[in-house]
Design a protein around this ligand. Sequence first.
Ligand code: CUA
Length: 371
Amino acid sequence: MKQDRSQPLLDGGFWRAVIVMAIISAVLMYVVVVFPIDRLFLPEASTVSVDIDNLFKFSMFFGVPILVYVNGFIIYFAIRYRLKPGEPIDAVGSSIHDHPTLEAVWTVIPGVLMVVLAVLSYFIIPMYYPTGQATASAVTMEAIGHKWYFEFRYPGLKDSVMNEMHLPVGVPVTLEITSSEATQDVATGAVLHSFWVPEFRLKQDMIPGMVVPIHFTPSEIGTFHIVCAEFCGLGHSHMWGSVVVQSKPDFDKWYADQQRAEAAEAEGVRPISLQGGDASAGQTLFNAKCVVCHNAAPFAQRKVGPGLADLFDDPDHPDLVTGKKASPNNVADILEHGAHGDIGVMPNMQANGITDKDIANLVAYLQTLHK
Ligand code: CUA
């Protein structure tokens, strides 16, 4: 006999389930309100980050009961109306159709929440985008995404700073964000990157040919992450940097050091000593950094750049990309200053984040490759 369940069976068990879910929701909503994101999860290191976190809390607060009730009812109904022993295989549950009040409720409430979220965002998101004198900045500087590093240009510094950005705490900054053009990254092409500082709650696409000014004020001293948040090719996962937020005197000292280094460099070229290069340290470094673009294999096994196993002894390629003979000093020169080749760009030592000693180690390692 087919069981008739034409009457809705929203009995006592149903209302008990509703109450249990209400309690779970209330507890989780309370946790959302009091959860200290700043202490337990991610520092709020810029002035806007608190507002952004409040937007997240707003969405989470109302998202929690939706999550609990939707999934709770799925589980409850699956258990409550499961096929019981003795029931025919084609037994049907109660069918509920056309409940205008219910439909109006589940349409209007999320609709209103969306409008409120949109209005709140409308007032918070523009804090990132400088308009007029309301966001007068003490520092205006540039951030440029390259394959695969970040370049920062400061007013008053001729040389760019690579991957490690320094900022004074409490000083409003305007960061003009872009990506390198095709003309700079020859042949490898211009790509999108995304400049993301999680602790600042700041994320902006770096777009070739377009400069987007972003406005923010670091509010906490410390070192925070810069992550490329957009897949941009082979080296994407290596595209990391950091923001060092310092007290004003510490920042001024760093800035003065940069200027002094520039002056010293202008006076004379500083030769890199290859003495005492450690091949095994070089190998470790090669496997950590260089492998993004180079194989330790014959020339033809290229990634972005050629394979480097026969670098010092390849009859087909006696000259380096710079046109010079493949000698240890000329290889060190490329590691120091970078190079533009037909197939890509080799960044300089600042961009690669390597020291004089690292260069000596790498050259020593490369010399051991050809057997
Ligand atoms: Cu640059 Cu991903």
